[in-house]
Ligand binder design. Structure first.
Ligand SMILES: Cc1cc2nc3c(=O)[nH]c(=O)nc-3n(C[C@H](O)[C@H](O)[C@H](O)COP(=O)(O)O)c2cc1C
Length: 325
């Protein structure tokens, strides 16, 4: 009988399938549903740096301006920073699967202390979701990447719980970036976030958001990087995120070397049954292939294990298109 149990950042998971950060993980009721459907863990909806920083400002102005009390009250109500800590604590009490908190940030200052509160509230781990778009042509890639390492350094100084970093797809040398992230102490890397992208409405001549939900096709942008990173000599756990809609999608990421696989858009399209369907498909496929545990096949097709690693590389480019007539 196959088992799906998996160790992710030192946490014991019953399944490698995780419910990714989204509105599904912003309420206790749906977190319970995620557990009942067989999710191995949940990543809570992100709290935004802007929310934390504004709260910190209102708290610091409290001593000098008594009227700030009113503002503080107004602020905490509208920005729900306290509610986030309640969500962390409530989720930990309500489910037995690990609860990973999430912060969406763009700077290494101002909000880091708040991560301690999240740890105190009982979070099993912290996923830091870093989102800033370099808009200054004078800033080189090294300088913009420094922000990521400062964030992880500052968090590692304060927290005992494991920290993962969720990043976007575009880096000039992703392997080097993840290697450095690992050396700065990140326990996990989440590949990738699917950020807001602008699209153009040609009738109204305006900018509109591109589609919010992913499709399985997008997996093609991620599979190579998971395969290449997991084939390197570093013990950083990889959590795959983007385009997982079926058991087959999850199996591919595990074969590439992902430790866990996050699901989000598929939940919006088909609800929590997706999680049990993926777990069932995984079991069935493992039985068919006679794999007992996920480690029996995890990374089997990564850059290190595959017979011809150039299949991950540019050399395939010419062959690929020249054979397509
Ligand atoms: C409606 C919605 C809300 C999301 N909210 C967050 C969030 O708060 N924090 C975060 O890190 N990612 C968030 N994401 C991104 C997902 O966690 C996930 O990384 C992304 O959608 C790619 O996975 P998918 O292809 O399974 O959707 C959100 C995605 C959707 C569709």
């Amino acid at each position: 009988m196959s088992t799906l149990s998996t160790r992710y950042m030192g946490l014991e998971l019953k399944s490698p399938i995780i419910v990714g950060s989204s509105n599904f993980t912003s309420r206790i009721e749906s977190i319970k549903e995620a557990e009942a459907a067989g999710a191995g863990a949940v990543v809570l909806k992100s709290l935004f740096e802007e929310q934390i920083v504004s709260m910190a400002h209102s708290l610091s102005s409290r001593e000098s301006y008594p009227e700030a009390d009113d503002y503080l009250l107004y602020y905490t109500r509208t920005n729900s920073v306290d509610a986030y800590l309640d969500l962390v604590a409530g989720a930990r009490k309500s489910v037995s699967i690990p609860v990973i908190a999430s912060i969406n940030c763009f700077s290494p200052k101002g909000w880091i202390d708040f991560a301690l509160e999240i740890e105190k509230a009982g979070a099993s781990a912290l996923e830091v979701n870093i989102f800033f778009i370099p808009t200054d042509k004078h800033q080189n890639s090294n300088d913009s990447e420094k922000v990521y390492f400062m964030i992880i350094d500052n968090l590692k100084k304060r927290l005992k719980i494991p920290v993962s970093v969720k990043i976007g797809l575009r880096f000039s040398n992703l392997l080097n970036f993840v290697w450095r992230m690992y050396n700065h102490g990140a326990a996990g890397i989440v590949l990738f976030n699917r950020f807001y992208e602008p699209d153009f409405d040609i009738n109204n001549l305006s900018i509109v958001p591109a589609s919010v939900l992913s499709s399985p096709v997008e997996q093609r942008y991620v599979l190579r990087w998971i395969g290449m990173i997991s084939g390197q000599d570093m013990k950083i756990d990889i959590s795959a995120s983007t385009g997982v809609h079926t058991g087959e999608d999850a199996i591919k990421y595990l074969l590439a070397g992902a430790t866990t696989v996050q699901v989000c858009s598929a939940l919006y399209k088909r609800g929590f049954t997706v999680i049990s369907e993926i777990n069932d498909a995984l079991h069935k496929w493992m039985e068919m292939k006679e794999f007992r545990i996920v480690d029996d096949f995890r990374g089997m097709l990564n850059y290190r294990n595959v017979e011809n690693p150039s299949l991950f590389e540019r050399a395939q480019f010419m062959k690929h298109y020249s054979s397509y007539i």
